[in-house]
Ligand binder design. Structure first.
Ligand code: PCD
Length: 794
């Protein structure tokens, strides 16, 4: 696939590596045979099924709920309302942003699709059918749909449940230096202003969210199967909220059919399954359907960004301002580290040097589903990257300068790392110019510009779009970061069995990205045991160490580091045992992958398998060495890792229909040391497909009554093989200086980096028609409007 794999045969890029390389995914045999084990595959004896009644309206007072008819239906075991949850103190639960969210509405409904009642029945159908027999009387209130009017004096008050609240304002947040930025703008030769909207979208993973709860009233144990990207964090939060002691909760995340941030939060359905099991004395399963997933579980983005950029006439960047209005929906359930209410929007200065920058974000409530989840995004870095990359192109138009040249002129130079980005983050490493020039060569940039010139003389619409992004992934150092008071570290445990086979237990949760393969490769690289002899255990709180889970591309930066370090700890212990076996001193031994040997005498050595057997054997072990080859660590990262990339997109636009075709897309990524190039390419291909979706098709919109217009895949369009080109990929390698193996994350890079390249390409194609800006998604209708001079964007 793809035309640009010029580097597939680079060093270490072999098919059967003992360590890093293109190892086939261990998990694929069960996935491609349909033998995965997902939450909905879990069937327990006596299991009942739950279904949620949801609000048909966006804003209304609940006058009454009558469940009597539903309760009388055959097969129905119980019907829960908010009133039933109040005495259990479970009608409301805390959100990840220190707000509260209704599990079942008691006073009002605040968005269309909000949870109102929960039916538990013998089977799925009986539960669903009974929803229609519940009689709810709503007293309709005016909805607040447009975030731009959330702070108007006459805006309806959404959160009257919060004491003392008189408006819809959530929070103001700032970064950078306002005074210095004002000064830079005052003296600038060129100032360009542009509104950039990142619309509401949804992660829409293949598997929707769900849970099976099994509470044992005799032992007091709760076993919970859940679609969770963070099993340990979920268990801790569930213990805090439910009052069930943490050691009595066993949380299992079986196979996950895609997460993309959608499975980070704790949804009312999970809580309802637990309460349902306690109330009925049976296991209870709750699985949402596609529309419920799109309408009520966490949305992403919804940032309205006012940008201003200051520069010299010859294209030296001086200052950047971002003033953002963030729509958080009805409950502030945004998922991010506590001290970062605008996530990692601090990355909005991008990959460039500025004299000064200033960013400001104001968040508000609206009558929409809560969330603000980091969909393939390290906490708002996606919005930040899209913003700065659109602004740079807008300036290039103003200066009539080539956008590649403008970027090259202003990159942070390789010599400047570690680099303080003036908005609070320190980038660890980068060689931006090298990566950019490599990409320009791979795509044939000059040739493309010539082709475009020629096409323009014939009136054809061809665009070339660029995005050069820097992410910050691997949250995060506990001195800066926590979620609900939990530091963002991850544990790892490694056990080498007497026969030399290994088990590594990790706290992060694969959702399809191949941890069972790549984490075995990290152990293999460090200790020389073949990856097929290493079992990766995850997704089960009883069998793994504590840690904060998988999102924000943090698994490799944090848990991957833990796995490398725990393996080195075992290797160090093996050295002591090998020295005793060889009757020499540990200092006299040297390591080569898989064995310790005597310096200067390579034939005198012991393999790691021999050492493992000896560790468990009858040999007298050195003082202080206990009889196993096991270790554990908890890793607290000193900094984030900062992957980056240069993306190029070539589009053709049909003049008669406004339809955009992505003809070519090149992604050159730098994620530091590469563990499995094949997995990385898969991650990039997936992320680029996400990017096409958001740039060209996907949006969750609402009508003026607050009806969700994207509640099914008929309306919320996601890309298929038909809309994507043959992806072209390339890479450079700039290791992270602080990560034990030099790796940075890659999982979200392409989703973060690609939308700006695509939209910049569309705008570039429409330049001859005078278009300078356009908002996503660039649907045929919007492109057509822009061609007629009616682009929605100002
Ligand atoms: N790697 C390698 N090398 C390097 C890096 C990395 O090899 N240097 C690889 C690893 O190992 C893994 C992957 O790759 O396997 C990825 O990684 P990362 O970057 O670390 O990441 P993680 O953490 O693991 O993951 C996460 C991500 C995210 S975040 C998202 S969205 C998405 C991605 O991941 N999701 C998903 N991808 C994916 N894939 C799939 N298949 N599925 C899914 O679901 Mo968020 O925040 O949640 O929103």
């Amino acid at each position: 696939h793809g035309r640009g794999h010029a580097h597939n045969h680079a060093a270490g890029d072999t098919d059967r590596p003992v360590g890093f390389g293109r190892l086939q995914r261990k998990e694929d045999p069960r996935f491609v045979r349909g033998q995965g084990n997902y939450t909905d595959d879990v069937v327990l004896p006596g299991m009942l099924h739950g279904a949620i009644l949801r609000s048909p309206v966006a804003h209304a007072r609940i006058v009454s709920i009558d469940v009597s008819e539903a309760l009388a239906r055959p097969g129905v075991r119980a019907v829960l309302t908010g009133k039933d949850l109040e005495p259990l103190k479970l009608a409301w639960i805390p959100t990840l942003s220190y707000d509260v969210q209704a599990v079942l509405a008691t006073d009002k409904v605040r968005f269309q699709g909000q949870e109102v009642a929960f039916v538990i029945a013998d089977d799925r159908y009986a539960a669903r059918d009974a929803l229609e027999s519940i009689d709810v009387e709503y007293d309709i209130l005016p909805p607040l749909v447009d975030a731009r009017h959330a702070l108007d004096a006459d805006a309806p008050l959404i959160r009257d449940d919060l004491e003392g609240r008189t408006d819809n304002h959530i929070q103001d947040w700032e970064c950078g230096d306002k005074a210095a930025t004002d000064a830079v703008f005052a003296k600038a030769e060129v100032v360009v202003t542009q509104e950039v909207v990142y619309p509401r979208v949804h992660p829409a993973p293949m598997e929707t969210c769900g849970a099976v709860a099994d509470f044992n009233p005799v032992s007091g144990d709760l076993t919970l199967y859940e679609t969770s990207q963070a099993p340990h964090a979920h268990r801790t939060v569930i213990a805090m909220v439910s009052g069930i002691p943490e050691h009595k909760i066993h949380l299992i995340s079986p196979d996950i059919g895609g997460g993309f941030g959608n499975k980070v939060g704790i949804y009312p359905g999970y809580v309802l399954a637990i309460v349902g099991s306690i109330v009925t004395g049976h296991p209870v399963k709750w699985m949402e359907d596609r529309s419920e997933n799109l309408m009520s579980t966490s949305f992403a983005r919804d940032y309205i960004m006012q940008g201003e950029i200051a520069a010299t006439r010859d294209g030296k960047l001086l200052g950047l301002r971002a003033d953002v209005l963030a729509d958080h929906g009805a409950f502030n359930g945004v998922a991010q580290p506590t001290k970062f209410p605008a996530g990692f929007f601090n990355l909005f200065p991008g990959s460039y040097t500025w004299e000064a920058v200033h960013g400001k974000v104001t968040s508000v409530y609206t009558n929409k589903a809560p969330g603000g989840v980091a969909y393939a995004c390290s906490f708002r870095v996606t919005e930040a990257v899209y913003f700065v990359e659109r602004m740079i192109d807008r300036l290039a138009i103003e200066l009539d300068m080539d956008p590649a040249e403008l970027r090259l002129k202003n990159f942070i130079p390789a010599s400047a790392f570690p680099y303080d980005n003036k908005a609070g983050f320190e980038y660890d490493s980068g060689e931006y110019e090298k990566t950019m020039r490599h990409a320009m060569k791979l795509i044939g940039y000059d040739e493309l510009r010539r082709e475009q010139q020629e096409k323009r003389t014939r009136g054809e619409l061809m665009g070339i779009g660029i995005s050069f992004f820097t992410e910050g992934v691997g949250a995060g150092p506990r001195k800066h970061m926590d979620i609900l008071g939990l530091g963002m570290a991850d544990g790892a445990e490694l056990r080498i069995h007497p026969t030399g086979k290994a088990v590594v237990r990790i706290s992060v949760q694969t959702q399809g990205q191949a941890h069972e393969t790549t984490f075995a490769q990290i152990v293999a690289e460090e200790i020389g045991i073949p990856p097929e002899d290493i079992e990766v255990v995850h997704g089960d709180t009883d069998r793994t160490p504590f840690g904060l889970g998988t999102y924000g591309s943090r698994s490799t930066p944090v848990s991957g580091a833990a796995v490398a370090l725990v393996t080195r700890k075992v290797r160090d212990k093996a050295r002591l045992i090998a020295a005793a076996m060889l009757e020499t001193r540990p200092e006299d031994l040297e390591w080569e992958k898989g064995r310790w040997f005597v310096k200067g005498d390579p034939s005198a050595g012991k393999t790691i398998q021999e050492i493992a057997l000896a560790a468990h054997g009858t040999m007298q072990l050195p003082d202080g060495v206990d009889g196993n080859l096991d270790a554990e660590v908890t890793y607290d990262p000193p900094n984030l890792t900062y992957p980056y990339g240069a993306y190029f997109c070539v589009t053709d636009i049909d003049k008669d229909t406004g339809k955009v075709t992505v003809r070519r897309f090149l992604a050159v990524d730098d994620c530091g040391t590469r563990i499995n190039p094949m997995v990385i390419e898969g991650q990039v291909h997936g992320g680029l497909t996400d990017g096409i979706g958001m740039a060209l098709m996907e949006i969750i919109e609402f009508d003026s009554d607050g009806n969700n217009l994207g509640g099914s895949f008929m309306d919320y369009l996601i890309p298929t093989a038909m809309e994507v080109p043959d992806w072209e990929t390339g890479f450079t390698v700039t290791p992270s200086p602080h990560h034990p193996i030099g790796a940075k994350g890659i999982g979200e890079s392409a989703t973060v980096g690609s939308p700006a390249a695509i939209v910049n390409s569309v705008i570039d194609a429409l330049r001859p028609l005078g278009v300078t800006a356009m908002d996503m998604p660039c649907t045929p209708a919007r492109v057509w409007d822009a061609m007629q001079g009616h682009a929605k964007a100002p």
